[in-house]
Each structure stands twice: as C-alpha cells, then as structure tokens.
Write a protein that binds this ligand. Sequence first.
Ligand code: 13P
Length: 257
Amino acid sequence: MNRRYRKTIIAGNWKMNKTPSEAKALIEEMKGMLSKTKWCEVVLCVPFTDIQTAVKAAKGSKIAIGAENMHFEKSGAFTGEVSADMLKELGVKYVIIGHSERRQYFNETDETCNKKVKVAIENGLRPILCVGESLTEREQDVTMEVIRKQVKIALQGVTVDEAKKVVIAYEPIWAIGTGKTATSEQAGEVCAKIRDCLREMYGARAARAITIQYGGSMNAKNAAELLAQPDVDGGLIGGASLKAPDFAAIVDAANQN
Ligand code: 13P
C-alpha cells in the first residue's frame, strides 16, 4: 500500500452466492464488525438480485455496493443483461469488469472489457478491471506479456483523467478459489509491473494514483503481508468475503498503521 498517493480498496466479490435475505443478514453482521475503516474504502460486489437489498442494508456504513458485471450497451435486445444505467439508479458505485470466470465461462474478451470500462466510467461507475495469467502462462514465463495485453486493450481510448477512476485487480487464475495464494513477492512484482505499464500509458503522476488490488485466496491470515507490498493497494476477495469475521479482519489489516 502507499496511502500517500492512492486509496486502499478492500472489495468483496460474492460471485453467485447469497440470496437477498442472506445478503441483508451478512451485511448487518459485517457492519457491526468494521471498526477500523479510516484508511481504506470497503466495497461489496454482489449478485444483481442482491443489489437493492445490499444498498439499503449498507446505508449509513462505510460499505459501498458494486456489481459483478454489466453490459456495454445502454439498452435493447440483450436478454438477461443489465446496463450501467440500471446499476447506477440502484446506487451501485463499482462494477467488476472482465473477471477471469467471465472470460472463461462467458466468452468475455479484452475488447468487451474495453467497451465496458468506457461505459462504466461514462456513467460514473468505477470499474474494477480484472487481469491475470493462467498457471500454464506463468510456467511458460509469459505472465507480463499476457497482463500487459489485457491492461492495454481494456484501457484503449481511456483518457488520463478517466484512468484514475479505474481500479485494477491482479488475479492470477491459479490462485482463485484454490487456497493457493501468490506469495507476497509474486503479487508485489506483478502489481509493480502493472504500474510500469500504466506509467508508459499515462505518465508517472496518473500511474501512482491508480489503485491496484491483488485477488486470489486472500484471507485474514495472509492479507497483512500482501498489503505490505508497496504496489498492492488492496484486495479483491472471493471466499473470505462471505464470512463477516474474515472480511472484517482483512479490512483491519488494511487499516494498520
Ligand atoms: P477467492 O478469494 O475465493 O480465491 O476468489 C478471488 C476472486 O476471484 C475475487 O474476484
């Protein structure tokens, strides 16, 4: 973390978990546990069906609500999809774009991510753009080639001022839901290189202002060490964001002096 230049953001990604009533109960529980939030933003990205309940439950707390995906068109014949307008009207502040599960199971590409990032920003939603390499790509030593391509294509046509609203989440695919966390050195190294890439694209001032999260089996035990890396500015947390004490412990770790 480097709080001098950029916000630390701890975000949960609930994926396809929790009904609205379960969401309400979990947020109520979390609210009671989030004692130290001064130094970071706290976000919960929840299923579409939970958004309305979650926004209401989080009212008066530090928790902002995000969505897990959205479509890039404004409206029209896109059965089953949800637009930025629809999310905004519900009080959504963040939207995850290009999670590896969406890339893998729902054919999202760097090009669709690019359209979504731009539409999110136009509508005042902060995109959390996910990038990350597979195990094979890491073993073949092409991690940074893969990630640079993902970052550069997803941010095509995004201006410097717009780029400052983007959050990047580095999520190595092999670490997601596997209990196999990247070491803090691995996470720190890739996040630093993502910042190098942003520096080439937007200059030093903008690059140092952009929040870069780590995601992939982040939990109450390993959060402090990962967040101690200078270029790891927060976390995108799956499994551990479904348990109030675990998520609260990660938020605490982000608030240590
Ligand atoms: P886990 O924390 O469950 O590994 O999930 C990470 C993730 O995919 C967050 O978007």
